[in-house]
Write a protein that binds this ligand. Structure first.
Ligand SMILES: Nc1nc2c(ncn2[C@@H]2O[C@H](COP(=O)(O)OP(=O)(O)O)[C@@H](O)[C@H]2O)c(=O)[nH]1
Ligand SMILES: Nc1ncnc2c1ncn2[C@@H]1O[C@H](COP(=O)(O)OP(=O)(O)O)[C@@H](O)[C@H]1O
Length: 205
């Protein structure tokens, strides 16, 4: 009898409107589970107060971002709100090669781009799990962004306007978590995680 392999690494991608709680969930996952790392993505946006280069994002200039596009360094990149964001291929590949589980947080275009890349790459497609974090209404988004205290009202309104379009895309995802309390959201993510680890399609590599 052939036994299933035990360490099956996952690439879990969370998306959803600003303020839905993606960053909070990613950080808790990394703090709680062993062998899980977060992928730090690149952005041309300015750091918010307290954000650190290489920890929250790799903060790139427009020129640096252009160069990364030209050299084919991004697995995917997209313009979100008013800035550009991108995931480096190399970082994903290194972690998956080392059998490290990945959680990451990208916008809805990013998920579509990663799914398209996975359609041509069996290793990626076997690991990819997409989860949409859905706020029950837009007021929750506003309240949480105000509570976070890092964006002014104009920036918050820009994110709410983007959210109106983003929330329509939840049916394209493997899973949807309608956000409630932080603990309930995390329990939902853990349930998905544990079930995905046991999926037979990932066994027998
Ligand atoms: N497509 C894509 N989106 C990203 C990437 N990194 C971050 N994002 C998304 O960019 C959006 C804006 O992020 P951020 O500036 O941190 O603002 P926030 O959404 O208000 O927390 C979020 O939806 C992130 O999920 C990336 O590498 N690619
Ligand atoms: N389930 C939740 N209930 C209440 N507040 C939350 C919840 N999840 C996150 N928050 C808070 O909402 C704000 C935005 O969360 P964050 O994780 O930065 O969202 P995102 O990464 O999706 O933009 C933060 O202040 C965070 O502490």
């Amino acid at each position: 009898m052939i036994s299933p392999k035990e360490d099956v690494s996952l690439l879990v991608v969370l998306a959803g409107p600003a303020g839905s709680g993606k960053t909070t969930l990613c950080e808790r996952m990394v703090d709680t589970e062993s062998n899980v790392e977060r992928v730090v993505t690149c952005t041309t946006r300015q750091p918010r107060e307290g954000e650190k280069d290489g920890v929250d994002y790799h903060f790139l200039s427009d020129e640096q971002f252009d160069r990364a596009i030209d050299t084919g360094a991004f697995l995917e990149w997209a313009k979100v709100h008013t800035n550009r964001y991108g995931v480096l291929k190399r970082v994903i590949q290194e972690k998956l090669d080392q059998k490290i589980d990945i959680v990451m947080n990208v916008d809805v275009q990013g998920v579509a781009n990663i799914k398209a890349a996975a359609a041509e790459d069996e290793m990626l497609s076997k690991r990819l799990v997409t989860i949409f974090i859905l706020p029950p209404d837009l007021e929750v988004v506003r309240e949480r962004l105000r509570g976070r205290g890092k964006d002014d009202e104009a920036e918050i309104e820009r994110r709410v306007q983007t959210a109106i379009k983003e929330v329509e895309l939840w049916p394209d995802f493997d899973y949807v978590i309608v956000t409630k309390s932080k603990d309930e959201d995390y329990a939902a993510l853990q349930n998905i995680w544990r079930a995905e680890k046991l999926r037979s399609l990932r066994l027998g590599e």
